[in-house]
Ligand binder design. Structure first.
Ligand code: COA
Length: 381
């Protein structure tokens, strides 16, 4: 269904119409898919799903268009006033002509009129979109970060404590997971198997996971949902360790009020059989450590002030390199680390987390790079 919102003039003087397409919509499907088809496969898959089928969440494509041609778009996927922004796009030849900013203003107004509470978006720090967002009042979760969010000052987030349900990942909890992952509460390592470290949106990682699951892959995520607000209040996941064979990495993360249910959330994960299971906890989150210990995990090493670099793409898939890594692998295999600190560092953290030990050396070259430090503890079973 299409609803006209307004008309406005571009800087060039051309008049455009702004409206919202409430997906799915057969009339607009091909046009929007085509307009946004420059993106990676996963985002094209998402557009096809949203524009062609019911997902149980509200999906709005805000469009500025003239003479049948789309000029700019913004997508908003929401559930009970909590959601994610994406597909913000003006083709390069039409940029800086005042197409997207008015559309963004209309989208914010529409969001308010629906009683919207929270939404999050990701863009590169200091990009055109970042400037547009921050001018419109969105706030980065970290001073130099590209993960931004808008929080309605009248909304209480996280929502008041309520009864919960534990379930598989679905579109609803994909849309309502952002307040949990953008939140300021400890710990910083929030979902090591999915590479979610630091205050950031979970949009991309959970979308990949959801597609894997919808296409018949293993269910690796369990979600705890607040039944009153529909918000995700906890998440547990497992994944194969990217650097160590037959080692399963798992994690659990909750809002502070829900750590007492973290054990049930972990227990709901169907873990594969593995040679070893590992998890990271942090010194400022004793609830997580206790939850792991109650499930047979014991601490086997710790790392103080570990640099967690948020301004860099994940090192998740990069193979380990260098002789120190070989040494660490050997130490792991024989179960007796030669140099515990070095071995622990190389064999686990550089592989499994979105981190880079050389961050301080890069500061002068990338002044906006900022490291966060976590006091990590490794648990094994
Ligand atoms: C972000 C984007 C949609 C803006 O579209 P646009 O139609 O050019 O936007 P507007 O002309 O309405 O400009 C909006 C505001 O964005 C900011 N902006 C746009 N281009 C900018 C640039 N090159 N540098 C700094 N700020 C810029 C400005 O605040 C601008 O307002 P102003 O022109 O009054 O100063 C467009 O640049 C784009 O498609 N970028 C690539 C996709 C992307 O990054 N999407 C977001 C992440 S998913």
């Amino acid at each position: 269904m299409y609803r006209k919102l307004s008309e406005f003039e571009l800087k060039s003087g051309q008049r455009v119409e702004a409206g919202v397409v409430i997906a799915p919509d057969a009339d607009w499907s091909e046009r929007l898919k085509d307009f946004l088809s420059w993106q990676d496969d996963i985002w094209n898959w998402q557009n096809s799903i949203f524009l062609e089928s019911q997902t149980g969440i509200e999906v709005y494509y805000y469009v500025a268009h003239a003479d049948g041609q789309v000029v700019s778009t913004i997508m908003s996927a929401e559930c009970n006033g909590i959601g994610l922004r994406g597909h913000i796009w003006t083709p390069p030849e039409l940029r800086r002509n005042g197409a997207c900013a008015p559309l963004h203003g209309l989208q914010l107004k529409d969001f308010h009129s629906r009683g919207g509470k929270f939404f999050a978006a990701y863009t590169d720090f200091n990009s055109a979109a970042w400037h547009m967002y921050t001018r419109a009042g969105l706030r980065p979760s970290e001073p130099f970060g590209g993960h931004v969010s808008f929080e309605n000052p009248d909304a209480e987030l996280p929502s008041p404590h309520a009864e919960t349900v534990i379930e598989a990942l679905n579109w609803q909890n994909w849309a309502t997971s952002a307040p949990l992952f953008m939140g300021r509460q400890a710990p910083l390592v929030r979902c090591a198997p999915l590479g979610l470290v630091g205050r950031r949106t979970s949009e991309y990682e959970l979308l990949l996971e959801l597609r894997n699951q919808l296409e018949g892959g293993a269910e690796r995520v369990r979600v705890m949902r607040n039944l009153a607000s529909q918000e995700v209040v906890g998440l547990a996941a497992w994944g194969w360790h990217p650097g160590l064979r037959d080692v399963c990495l798992l994690d659990v993360y909750c809002f502070p009020d829900y750590w007492d249910q973290a054990g049930a959330l972990l227990d709901a994960l169907e873990l594969p059989s593995a040679h070893r299971y590992i998890a990271y906890s942090e010194h400022n989150c004793p609830e997580k450590s206790r939850c792991l210990e109650a499930r047979g995990f014991s601490s086997s090493g710790s790392w103080r002030r570990y640099p967690v670099d948020l301004c860099r793409p994940p090192t998740w898939h990069l193979p380990a390199s260098g002789s120190r890594s070989m040494l660490a692998r050997l130490a792991w295999r024989i179960g007796h680390p030669v140099d515990h600190a070095v071995a622990w560092f190389w064999r686990h953290a550089t592989h499994a987390l979105n981190v880079d030990a050389r961050v301080p050396a890069r500061w002068p070259r990338f002044p906006h790079t900022r490291a966060l430090f976590a006091d990590l503890e490794l648990y094994e079973r």
